[in-house]
Design a protein around this ligand. Structure first.
Ligand SMILES: NC(=O)c1ccc[n+]([C@@H]2O[C@H](COP(=O)([O-])OP(=O)(O)OC[C@H]3O[C@@H](n4cnc5c(N)ncnc54)[C@H](OP(=O)(O)O)[C@@H]3O)[C@@H](O)[C@H]2O)c1
Length: 248
């Protein structure tokens, strides 16, 4: 089959460096595999570095870097950004993917659950974005992709109110980041998937049935597209629903 014609201003992967947090998880690993396969250089943030090195052992050693990233430990964010810049000499993209889903409702659950959700799902992406922005601005085509959720777009009864609040906050962070670095060519997307078939939702009662969940690889396809788009094709929000709802 002949190659499909591409838009002349499509951004090629070659040489570009993309940081991915939570790279050992279901969605993060799919991003790492897809982007490495497409020719990007990937910097993988993981809590368990040995596990990550083993998990991605077949990647081209010239195009992969693994560094410890613990969302609740601010020092690891700075160390990861600095080490990535030192290893590759540039940073072209940041995918804030690491996240947790913990249950807390309007009547049940301890407030410490809110603190954990806030620290991991909101403060850590904010911190990483601030740290990476100087590097992203320098290249002229920086990209930030924040993995939010359809739970960041509306409230659906039964979902953890704490999780929904943090994912709404990720939308606000996305739009604020868009304003912070527009002139320097940084473009920012909130990726808002419905149920994805990963460990995160494996044991949650009432969740979308397995057969209807998104595959992590489908989101890899979407991220690969977002990273190819030129600066005049901003997709600020990308909602990927598995179910029929009005609005998106
Ligand atoms: N699955 C879904 O249905 C769904 C839908 C919409 C959005 N999302 C979002 O997609 C993202 C990825 O989730 P997933 O489905 O791939 O879940 P997952 O398989 O549970 O992966 C979560 C990732 O986040 C990392 N992580 C958790 N706590 C962390 C911390 N304190 N510091 C650093 N990393 C931490 C995990 O690290 P370890 O590997 O070390 O545990 C793992 O790599 C999350 O932001 C989630 O909210 C998921």
């Amino acid at each position: 089959m002949a190659d499909m014609p591409q838009s002349p201003d499509t951004l090629a992967p070659n040489g570009r460096v993309i940081m991915i947090s939570g790279a050992t998880g279901g969605i993060g690993a799919a991003f790492a595999t897809r982007l490495h396969g497409d020719g990007f250089r990937v910097s993988l943030g993981a809590r368990d570095v040995d596990r990550a090195r083993h998990q991605f052992a077949d990647f081209d050693p010239e195009r992969v870097f693994v560094h410890r990233f613990e969302a609740t430990d601010a020092e690891t964010a700075g160390a990861w950004v600095d080490a990535t810049a030192e290893r590759f000499g540039r940073i072209d993209g940041l995918i804030n993917n690491a996240g947790v889903l913990r249950q807390i409702s309007m009547t049940e659950g301890d407030e410490t659950v809110l603190d954990d959700l806030w620290a991991i799902n909101v403060k850590a992406p904010y911190r990483l974005t601030r740290l990476a922005l100087p590097h992203l601005k320098a290249g002229g085509n920086g990209r930030v992709i924040n993995v939010a959720s359809t739970d960041g777009k509306r409230y659906r009864d039964g979902v953890s109110v704490g999780y929904a609040m943090t994912k709404h906050a990720v939308l606000a962070l996305t739009h604020a980041t868009k304003f912070a670095a527009w002139e320097e060519g940084v473009r920012v997307t909130a990726l808002c998937p419905g149920a994805v078939d990963t460990e995160m939702i494996a044991n949650i009662p009432g969740v979308t049935p397995k057969a209807q969940r998104l595959r992590p690889e489908t989101l890899g396809e979407i991220v690969a597209l977002l990273l190819r788009l030129p600066n005049n094709a901003l997709v600020a929000e990308m909602v990927v629903n598995t179910r029929l709802e009005s609005g998106f």
